[in-house]
Design a protein around this ligand. Structure first.
Ligand code: ADP
Length: 866
């Protein structure tokens, strides 16, 4: 291994310390400034990329923080603030005051007026932190908002503006925390200042919230808002205004733990079974080559003129190509496909009342896979087996790809170092470890390992009882709700009063956990519970050894263990920690079974006695590293797959934006492009070499209504002439159509196009899911799933784009009159009924989750409805 010549972290810190000195020099200039002078100085700043601006902004911020909320940022906090401005990850231990650190880079980057985002792990923390830090921002002339679930959005405002104005005039300021001994605690002036700088939340619209300079909200809300913005039918309904700079609090939780599952917006379930049955019956009355044509190669079915008339009569609609009737048309086409393109025992088999797809290359059955876009249901209807209803994915994105859109991304957490490599590889973000303000004196004891879980829990209870008698507060971390309950029951039997937190009620639990450092407090909490809330020690607790943290098993990631331990020993407090393990713990059982057995054979263990053996301690670490590696690989693969999808998503979304935003001239230009694409595709489809199969080509154009194209005249032409001629004809027909529709046509065309794009994109997303599953299966056949995935999806995407063009061309000539208002209403109603889904995921708890699902204790998916 090459010798490390210098430690990167030390090297970086050296540079940052120099910058801190520069800030402190500026601070000297401002420390005597009046409130008004500070406000004006803040107004004069503009360019965050100018180092001089950083020094001034941070110096001003530091003084303002002290005057408005009574917190004076430590030098180490300035270090962290510099790291965040540089788009890196600041690792700062729990209790080091990250909330305050973030105010400086947020203010600095908000100077651009582009809007900066602070991402928290839950709604409660978004509100709390925005309210807590709000006075600093408002003083500095920034607007601050909070976005929460269910579309709730708030702005942070002065409780009493005129009191604030007076405070500026009278130069009032809040006494800094920690200085109570030196100044009169009950100073009336301090009371006045506190009142003058008090803030509150008022409700505003989502869009207004995003117009604020600084926005606090959860990763889910930011992500869902982005997805929803790309479902709108009118650009003015978008709420976000770009992705400039974000700081992610608890960045490891968000970019690593939660990033395992994407955000999904899904629509209402497709039609009920009756509809599929009706169309299955209907389809039988259509005659091949007369009412419709089948293209085996592309596996598509198109209706002829005659077929359309027939369908309109049978279904009972005036115009099948009215966007309001789009569903009926799809149903009919699917039913026809099911009948004429998909063959039983070739493409699929029917087994146990289910339609199971046959892999066309290997002939293997693919149970669980389904055709998309309602086709599978259509086949089920044809075969007379039960029809399974499904929801449709409207939009989806992974956190990785959402956050990669930001021009600059920063993060902070107490535990990033163990995942340094992942941050670097997947996000290009560096981790900088910031020294603690005061030295850390917590005692971390060696793990105790027991033979069985029962013995382990008994030992824990015994330990807790001893501490409880002494009055030392204990925090017990568990890996699941079930285990919390088990332990709670045992403590109850032992007569130890305690609290249990399950990360269900963030606000209430934050209150409880804040008390976990009081004398005699015993608290059981899962990993997620009470996150972001500081545990302060009660009076006399320091003398008892501070907060004692017990881990009831090693988590699959060392980082999560560190999060738990980090709850104790904050800000130079005393504290202790200890992990209790057993050979029956999931981690050891699942991932270390082999080695474990070897060690077991070596040792002779007395029941109830902990086992000390260096090999065991080593094994635990090896296993943790192994699982971390597996999880990293999974995340990396998910990310690589989503990267392909990401490029496609972006181009679809920008196409949508282009269409929704274009004027008449741009629209006409775009339509010409579509005509070209349409004809091009057709020609290449029916050409072999340079030879155009004219008959098939002509036949394929029959999907256009009569009168659009005159085909007699082109027979004698060469391919290039044909192309030009047909495009011209299409353009002329388009002009006629425009006149027919009248003034409304721009709006109408946009609507039509976007609907077609959306429908196809949704169907594509569904198909992509299937491909993902399929390539993962193929991975066993020694094929690289990523390469396979790319190959297939690129092709599918191209096909989709061709299909979109074709649909637009066929539709626009068919529509006669459209109740656009009705269509829009319908579309809006659909959008109002979406489900927002972010599935939680955890390897170890998967088995447990399944059990809970089976017992009906938890829902299959974690859903937020709005
Ligand atoms: P973290 O998120 O890093 O765990 P918090 O932002 O929750 O920490 O802050 C922890 C505690 O430290 C809070 O009670 C806060 O009031 C206190 N604190 C933060 N910065 C300072 C400071 N500069 N001076 C005094 N107390 C501070």
């Amino acid at each position: 291994m090459p010798l490390k010549l210098f430690d990167k972290n030390t090297f970086l810190l050296k540079r940052y310390w120099k910058m801190v000195q520069k800030i402190k020099e500026k601070e000297k200039i401002y420390s005597k400034a009046t409130n008004l002078e500070l406000i004006n100085a803040a107004k004069n700043l503009s360019d965050p990329n100018d180092p001089a601006t950083l020094y001034e902004a941070y110096a001003i911020c530091r003084i303002v923080a002290k005057r408005t909320i009574g917190l004076y940022p430590f030098d180490e906090q300035l270090l962290g603030a510099i790291v965040l401005h540089e788009g890196k990850i600041a690792e700062m231990k729990t209790g080091e005051g990250k909330t305050l650190v973030a105010t400086m880079p947020l203010f600095l980057n908000a100077l651009t007026k582009k809007g900066v985002h602070l991402v928290t792990v839950n709604d409660y923390l978004a509100r709390r932190d925005a309210l807590w830090m709000g006075p600093i921002y408002l003083f500095l002339g920034m607007r601050v908002s909070v976005i929460n679930q269910l579309g709730k959005s708030y702005e942070v405002v002065w409780k009493n503006k005129s009191l604030f104005e007076q405070a500026v005039e009278r130069n009032l300021s809040v006494w800094p925390e920690g200085y109570e001994d030196e100044v009169l605690k009950d100073s009336t002036k301090n009371q006045e200042a506190l009142e003058a700088f008090a803030v509150e939340l008022v409700e505003i619209t989502r869009k207004e919230a995003y117009l604020c300079d600084i926005v606090y909200g959860t990763n889910n809300e930011f992500g869902f808002d982005y997805l929803r913005d790309n479902l709108v039918l009118d650009l003015s309904e978008k709420v976000q205004r770009g992705h400039f700079y974000a700081i992610i609090d608890e960045v490891d939780s968000i970019l690593i733990d939660e990033a395992r599952t994407p955000l999904i917006i899904s629509g209402p379930a497709k039609e009920g079974a009756a509809v599929y049955k009706r169309f299955a019956a209907l389809a039988k009355r259509f005659v091949k080559d007369e009412d419709f044509v089948v293209d085996e190669k592309t596996r598509t079915v198109s209706l002829t003129e005659k077929g359309i008339e027939k369908a309109e009569k049978l279904i009972g609609v005036e115009n099948l190509y009215d966007p309001n009737n789009v569903k009926q048309l799809y149903h009919l086409l699917n039913a026809l496909k099911a009948l004429h393109l998909f063959k039983r025992d070739v493409d699929y088999v029917v087994m146990n009342q289910q339609v199971i797809i046959v892999d066309e290359f290997t002939g293997r059955l693919l149970p669980g896979r389904r055709y998309s876009g309602g086709l599978h249901q259509a086949i089920e209807a044809k075969e007379g087996v039960p029809i399974r209803e499904e929801t449709i994915t409207y939009a989806t994105i992974t956190f990785q790809n959402y956050f990669k859109m930001y021009e600059k991304l920063a993060g902070m957490t107490g535990t990033a170092k163990t995942e340094e490599e992942e941050f670097k590889q997947l996000y290009g973000m560096e981790v900088v470890v910031i020294p603690t303000h005061k030295p850390m004196i917590r005692k971390d004891h060696e793990d105790l390992i027991f033979r069985t879980q029962a013995e382990k829990y008994q030992a824990i209870v015994k330990d807790v009882l001893e501490r409880y008698k002494k009055g030392q507060p204990v925090l017990i971390g568990t890996t699941s709700i079930e285990k919390s309950e088990l332990l709670s029951e045992m403590l109850r039997k032992a007569g130890i009063p305690h609290q249990v937190l399950n990360a269900k009620h963030h606000e209430k639990e934050a209150m409880i956990i804040a008390q976990a450092g009081q004398k005699g407090a015993v608290t059981i909490a899962t990993n997620m519970a009470g996150r972001g809330t500081d545990i302060k020690l009660g009076e006399g607790v320091a003398e008892l050894g501070g907060l004692y943290v017990i881990g009831t098993e090693r988590h699959e990631s060392r980082r999560i263990d560190n999060q738990l331990i980090g709850r104790s020993g904050r800000q130079g407090d005393p504290g202790e920690s200890r992990f209790y393990l057993s050979l029956e713990d999931d981690l050891l059982r699942i991932f270390g079974a082999e080695q474990l057995e070897k060690i077991m054979n070596l040792l002779k263990i007395q029941p109830g006695e902990p086992i000390y053996h260096p090999m065991l301690t080593k094994l635990v670490q090896t296993v943790q590293k192994k699982v971390e590696g597996i999880n990293f690989a999974i995340r990396k693969q998910l990310m690589e797959m989503d990267t392909v999808l990401d490029a496609q998503r972006k181009s679809i979304y920008s196409l949508r934006d282009h269409i929704l935003g274009c004027d008449e001239k741009e629209l006409d230009e775009y339509v010409s492009q579509i005509f070209e694409g349409f004809i091009d595709t057709r020609i290449s489809q029916f050409s072999e070499g340079k030879q155009l199969n004219f008959e098939a080509f002509e036949n394929s154009l029959r999907i256009l209504p009569k009168g659009v194209l005159q085909l007699d005249s082109i027979k004698q032409m060469d391919v290039e002439e044909i192309k030009q001629n047909l495009i011209e004809q299409l353009k002329k027909a388009y002009v006629r159509k425009k006149e027919e529709i009248g003034a409304d046509y721009v709006k109408f065309m946009k609507f039509l196009m976007v609907r077609i794009i959306d429908d196809n994109w949704r169907q594509y997303l569904e198909e992509v899911e299937h491909v993902k599953e399929a390539v993962n299966l193929r991975a066993y056949g020694h094929k690289d799933p990523i390469i396979e995935f790319k190959r297939e999806t690129y092709q599918m995407y191209d096909e989709m784009m061709d299909r979109i063009n074709e649909l637009i061309v066929t539709w626009m000539f068919r529509v006669v009159k459209v109740d656009r208002e009705k269509s829009e209403k319908e579309a809006k109603r659909e959008l109002a009924n979406l489900q927002l889904i972010h599935e939680e995921f955890d390897i170890l708890n998967r088995a447990e989750r399944r059990k809970l699902q089976k017992d009906g204790k938890i829902k299959k998916r974690f859903k937020v409805k709005r």
